[in-house]
Design a protein around this ligand. Structure first.
Ligand SMILES: NC(=O)C1=CN([C@@H]2O[C@H](COP(=O)(O)OP(=O)(O)OC[C@H]3O[C@@H](n4cnc5c(N)ncnc54)[C@H](OP(=O)(O)O)[C@@H]3O)[C@@H](O)[C@H]2O)C=CC1
Ligand SMILES: O=C(O)C1=N[C@H](C(=O)O)C[C@H](O)C1
Length: 239
């Protein structure tokens, strides 16, 4: 496939290297530093799919521009989901193709699946409180992580005692605490902890490298073209 990389930082470079290993062509790079190209330079005649990993403040505009260009777009940037419904609406209006995941690793999407199952089961047995931690590198701009937000939303859907989340220790019983830690070059760890008077149960995912994120994004990029609509890892992995 001919891939347009939008964002050529830690993720863009990891995806680019793996894409070539998988026999794909990097048809272009759009990045504030690494290239002078802009998305409008590219058309569906030259690009099969765009993969966007940039910044919370740029992702929405990048996605909307790809949709306007008629280029299927796989987006991994986090911290912009307050605009997501606008992107969904434009995708539908234009008959475009948008794939989004807060985390592209297969392991994290299994974590999301188990998280919802465990939340529902734990809700049946009183006496447990639940809280979350996420640990990332010191360069990460947004918090909580997009992964933590996805997991938190999964808990809120299935654990009625929690009705909202906060990125700090809980002050009310109905609050789900998400504690964010930034340390060194930590790739990404997410932990959900259930605590009662008599025991503790934890669900943890720890990424060892960015390869898992990159593989998932490329699997999505290989799958998306020719599929009009808005999709995520549940459709790709049939979870
Ligand atoms: N969904 C997933 O599986 C994963 C998602 N992410 C998310 O992806 C995003 C990027 O992460 P990461 O690669 O580590 O970050 P980096 O900062 O390493 O890379 C982002 C790159 O995008 C560039 N950039 C910023 N704005 C624009 C723009 N408007 N157009 C083109 N390029 C731009 C940055 O330039 P500059 O340095 O000048 O800002 C930088 O080179 C984050 O939101 C992160 O949360 C990360 C890993 C996995
Ligand atoms: O910024 C990162 O590095 C990551 N961001 C994503 C998130 O916000 O969940 C995914 C992964 O945890 C790495």
């Amino acid at each position: 496939m001919r891939i347009l990389l939008i964002g050529y930082g830690k993720m863009g470079q990891t995806i680019g290297a793996l894409a070539v290993q998988r026999g794909h062509e990097i048809a272009g790079i759009v990045d504030l530093h690494a290239s002078q190209s802009i998305i409008a330079d590219f058309t569906p005649e030259a690009v099969d799919v765009a993969i966007e990993f940039t910044h919370p403040d740029s992702a929405f505009a990048n996605v909307m521009t790809c949709l306007g260009q008629g280029i299927p777009v796989v987006c991994g940037s986090t911290g912009w989901l307050h605009h997501f419904e606008e992107a969904r609406a434009l995708t539908t209006e234009l008959g475009g193709s948008l794939f989004y995941a807060s985390n592209y690793s297969v392991g994290v999407n299994l974590f999301f699946h188990f998280n919802e199952y465990i939340a529902a089961k734990m809700a049946q047995y009183g006496g447990y409180d639940v809280a979350m931690r996420e640990i990332h590198h010191t360069q990460k701009i947004d918090q909580p992580s997009g992964t933590a937000l996805t997991a938190a939303e999964g808990i809120l859907r299935h654990f009625p005692a929690k009705t909202t989340w906060r990125n700090a220790p809980a002050e009310m019983p109905a609050e789900l605490a998400i504690i964010s830690e930034r340390t060194g070059d930590a790739v990404g760890t997410h932990i959900v902890t259930y605590t009662s008077d008599v025991d503790t149960l934890e669900l943890k995912h720890e990424a060892h490298s960015r390869e898992g994120f990159a593989l998932g994004a490329l699997l999505a990029a290989e799958w998306l073209p020719g599929r009009p609509g808005v999709f995520g890892m549940k459709e790709l992995l049939d979870l």
